[in-house]
Design a protein around this ligand. Structure first.
Ligand SMILES: *Cc1c(COP(=O)(O)O)cnc(C)c1O
Length: 397
């Protein structure tokens, strides 16, 4: 038994390869060169991989900015020693939280002039100058100041005494390889670039202009501006078709595992709705795993299987909140304590993320962020488990 299993007494965890995260960042760094800033998108609990540990690795790799989804996450990161510049994405109030942005040096996303005024006032009260980012809308049809009006607002913000516009960004929505047709991205970029020209013409220097997500960072070098904001690539995924020029990314999410905690023979007879998939008129050998809907397993898993001792074992019932019943009738060799793989490989057999998310009818983002944040994340480096992340706590092994 691995020593760290003692911490996983509710035996249900996911395994994350932090070397893959570092590899992916470094591959992007090689691709864009030293002059282009990299701001990994670490929102949504680092796309489900666990915010704190991933930020620690990305800081170590030299990420220029970490971009996250909430002020609360930012405060947690600061309390745990993260020193990199942090951008808070646009889903947050600014005016009400102005003091917090200043206190913890979190860069707010500004979408109204009044946002910037409130941050400037809070920074002045604290005797500081606060860096901020401005979000511009170029075609996703969502957040930000429309590009045609943005230069005027940004120039006005840059005159406020206690804020500095450290960056301007937008979000693309439909980028493919260059030869697959990228008119929409080119149009979005043109709107952004003409705004940037107006700001340059006023001799206002903003260090970070950024529009490129994963797809654009890789497929269109001309839209990298002074920085990129890759999300999926950091975790080893890309929406682009695979080609030679695509950087070699490694999937950081290695496995979702649990263990058999109980095996028993049922006595047959009448049975309740929980057992709707198993014919229990005749006695059955069942095994219980502590892994259920609460953990983020989809109810469609009742038609799926798991791996035990390198074999596919069918799920024998509908799902409970915290447990699943396996049908072990044809697997007499299985014992209490055996490792169970929900996603990942065991022996020669694998249940890939692709296979499992297809069964559950979830896209990549839904799958990754559907894993309950409370599930312990066991982190690996150099093939060895080095720490366990549990919410915002990290146990070093
Ligand atoms: C999430 C996000 C990204 C990253 O997108 P990916 O396609 O995962 O690389 C980039 N920019 C913004 C504003 C985002 O919210």
């Amino acid at each position: 038994m691995q020593e760290y299993l003692k911490y996983l007494s509710r035996s249900n965890w996911v395994e994350v390869d932090l070397d893959a995260v570092a590899n992916n960042f470094n591959k992007l760094r090689e691709m864009v060169g030293p002059e282009v800033k990299i701001m990994p998108a670490v929102k949504a609990n680092a796309y489900g991989h666990g915010l704190l540990a991933c930020c620690q690795v990305l800081e170590e790799c030299g990420a220029d900015v970490l971009s996250i989804g909430s002020v609360m996450d930012g405060i947690m990161l600061r309390k745990n020693g993260i020193q990199s510049p942090i951008l808070i994405f646009a889903g947050n109030t600014v005016t009400e939280a102005a003091e917090l942005y200043v206190q913890y040096d979190l860069m707010p996303t500004i979408m109204y002039y009044a946002h910037a005024e409130s941050v400037s006032a809070a920074a002045e009260a604290a005797g500081k100058v606060q860096n901020v980012f401005v979000k511009v809308e170029t075609g996703r049809g969502r957040l930000g100041i429309n590009a045609e009006e943005a230069a005027e607002v940004i120039l006005a913000i840059s005159k406020l005494p206690n804020v500095k516009v450290a960056g301007v960004y937008t979000h693309l929505c439909d980028t493919k390889w260059r030869d697959e047709g990228n008119d929409y991205t080119i149009w979005q970029d043109a709107r952004f670039s003409s705004m940037q020209k107006q700001i340059d013409a006023a001799s206002v220097d903003i260090p970070f202009y950024q529009i490129a997500n994963t797809a654009a960072s890789i497929a269109l070098s001309e839209v990298r501006h002074t920085g990129i904001c890759p999300g999926r690539a950091i975790w080893g995924y890309s929406p682009l078709s695979s080609r030679e020029e695509h950087p070699a990314l490694h999937q950081a999410l290695q496995a979702w595992k649990t263990r058999v905690i109980l095996i028993k023979d049922t006595i047959g007879g009448k049975f309740g709705p929980n057992f709707k998939n198993v014919q229990l008129e005749t006695p059955k050998r069942i095994g219980i795993i502590p892994c259920g809907l609460y953990d983020g397993v989809d109810h469609k898993q009742e038609k799926g299987c798991v791996l035990i001792r390198g074999k596919r074992v069918p799920v024998g019932s509908s799902m409970s909140l915290e447990h699943t019943i396996l049908d072990l009738t044809d697997f007499p060799e299985v014992e209490v304590g055996d490792e169970v793989v929900v996603m990942g490989c065991q022996g020669e057999e694998c249940i890939s993320l692709k296979e499992l998310s297809a069964l559950w009818d979830r896209n990549l983002s839904e799958f990754l962020t559907g894993m309950n944040p409370h599930l312990p994340r066991v982190y690996f480096r150099g093939g060895k488990a080095v720490s366990i992340g549990y919410d915002n706590d990290i146990i070093t092994l």
